[in-house]
Design a protein around this ligand. Sequence first.
Ligand code: C2R
Length: 182
Amino acid sequence: MLLQKSTTGEQGQDTKQEEFMKKVGIVMGSDSDLPVVQKAIDTLKAFCVPYEVHIFSAHRTPLEAAEFAKNAKENGFGVIIAVAGMAAHLAGALAAQTVLPVIGIPCSSKVLDGMDALLSTVQMPSGIPVATVAINGGANAAILAVQILAVEDEGLYGKLAEKRAADKEAVLLKNEKIAAEL
Ligand code: C2R
């Protein structure tokens, strides 16, 4: 599943062409995680960053999950986002198979509200890190993935800076509006 064409970044700097840009691999443990994944997809699309989406599970399809992570670098991925709820071993299991950065999104579930997935994802032993974002933090996971890719891509870096400035302006406008109204 993909992708969009590259665009021009801040101050005319070119974002790397799509075919040269590393992809973001989004792996979810189940299609029931899709609402969280959608937030990550929307954000990556906004930055015109190529991505692929897969369903692999450390529990249900462990061999396929491991193969994906093992081959991720040679298949053109620069970063992996792992999305899972409950006993969320997926991010750690993927991270065990690659030295690419892995970002974990713990998903909420009915019983423990995502605390189970949060602790399963964040509490990795030394040597195998998983960069864990907030429960259901699809947008931030994608922004972090873009930040990782932007280290080697000036145009992408410029787009991130532009977004940060636009977000700030939006808050300042809200401040002016609410101060005038109340
Ligand atoms: P179902 O809705 O399919 O029963 O899945 C999924 O990410 C989902 O949030 C319930 C939850 O189980 C999670 N799951 C994991 C893993 N595989 C599936 N935590 C894993 O490999 O860690």
